[in-house]
Design a protein around this ligand. Structure first.
Ligand SMILES: *Cc1c(COP(=O)(O)O)cnc(C)c1O
Length: 398
């Protein structure tokens, strides 16, 4: 018999707050009703605040991957050249999609554990005098490795060399959780999904689109139908959609936007940093473990990918955690399979939940054969949560 609750520490879907769950428990409704816009129009406005854009955010029934596809299809033509970098499973999948949609992909492969190579981007863009490159792609938060990249710096590099390409950003595991400023950073296409920072079930993909990207849509783009901007544009301003929208998720989104507004975006970012730092300090204290991210400049505040000690199969840690302690970790993806387990620390989360994950991790690590001192990571996280920057275990000292 299984008592108590499951501990969900995959980086998505994340925990859905009770208020959001309850808000979705409403009867089906008429999506062509004259007052349907009362529900949907404030959602567009709310999303614009979270994305920090004055332009536009589309919502598609779909997962985050759908918004990737939409971004590409509506603004790029088959054969267009793009600049992208790959340093984990999600940035890899974006490269794969770009290739399959017929783009001419200039991909810079980076060691997994690091992120977008801004200096190299700059060199490639500077050398592209005839502006053949139409899109520059960045994954703000690589969920497979727990690495956050500096998107503002990519915009600076583009501006410094006067490159006019559109800037595409995957923000599926970062938007609404860590700092993101669509307009200020000049991001033209920003991709998000409902099941991570927005604390909703999967099923809604969101796409921030700049004025410049809307212009590119007017004059080009690939064959597209389901994801067509134009079909959305015709109806969205009155709160309608070209096909049946997921009304339950809209009710959930309305509540999650309220929660985000009540807590405040900057407080949300600070909370994610505080919780992530607790996890990082625990990892630093665990004998033989380390983060996949190779340095503090890459640390992700939404997910930590943790390399198990030499000789320990991270799959065992995950399996023991799941079978015995009812915790779900993120698995190691692709070349990291068996090497890492991931703790997702985003969305509806607090210190107590993180402490549970860390305590369980110490037991699961030991059962899987690691020699991690019981309580070592827990104590380091407690110290951090209690004493903040003056905590005894400093990461710099490790
Ligand atoms: C989860 C995730 C995706 C994929 O999103 P789906 O909603 O599963 O389609 C893409 N990119 C990143 C960075 C992610 O974390």
């Amino acid at each position: 018999m299984k008592t108590g609750q499951n501990h969900l520490f995959i980086p998505g879907p994340t925990n859905v707050p009770e208020r959001v769950r309850q808000a979705m428990n409403v009867p089906m409704q008429d999506m062509r009703a004259p007052d349907f816009g009362d529900l949907t129009l404030p959602l567009f406005e709310g999303l614009k605040k979270v994305f920090k854009t004055e332009s536009r955010v589309f919502m598609y029934p779909g997962s985050g991957t759908g918004a990737w596809e939409s971004a590409i299809q509506n603004t790029l033509n088959v054969g267009d050249k793009i600049l992208i970098s790959r340093f984990g499973m999600f940035s890899h999948l974006w490269v794969d999609m770009a290739e399959r949609l017929g783009l001419d992909v200039h991909c810079i492969d980076v060691e997994w554990g690091k992120g977008v190579p801004v200096d190299e981007y700059r060199k490639v863009l500077e050398a592209d005098k005839s502006h053949q490159i139409k899109g520059v792609f960045v994954t703000q938060n690589e969920t497979a490795t727990g690495v956050t990249s500096n998107v503002a710096a990519v915009r600076e590099a583009m501006d410094a060399v006067g490159h006019p390409a559109l800037l595409y950003m995957d923000g599926v595991s970062s938007i609404a959780s860590i700092d993101f400023r669509m307009d200020e950073w000049g991001v033209d296409l920003a991709v998000a999904g409902s099941q991570k920072g927005f604390m909703l079930p999967a099923g809604l993909s969101m796409l921030g689109v700049s004025e410049k990207a809307l212009e590119a849509n007017k004059s080009g783009g690939m064959e597209r139908c389901y994801f067509s901007f134009n079909d959305m544009l015709k109806l969205n301003d009155n709160g309608y959609f070209p096909y049946t929208p997921p009304t339950q998720l809209f009710h959930g989104l309305r509540e999650s936007l309220r929660l985000i507004e009540e807590e405040g975006l900057e407080n949300i970012f600070a909370r994610h940093h505080r919780l992530a730092e607790g996890v990082r300090r625990a990892v630093a204290a665990w004998n033989g473990c380390r983060l996949c991210a190779t340095g503090p400049e890459w640390h992700s505040d939404t997910v930590s990918a943790i390399l198990a000690p030499e000789g320990v199969d991270a799959k065992d840690v995950i399996k023991i955690g799941y079978d015995k302690y009812r915790i779900s970790y993120g698995a190691g993806l692709d070349r990291l399979a068996g090497k890492v387990f991931r703790i997702g620390h985003l969305g509806d989360l607090n210190e107590g939940m993180v402490m549970a994950a860390l305590g369980i991790s110490e037991m699961a690590l030991n059962e899987a054969g690691a020699k991690v001192e019981l309580g070592s990571g827990v104590a380091a996280a407690q110290d951090w949560f209690l004493n903040g920057d003056s905590a005894a275990v400093s990461l710099a000292a490790q």
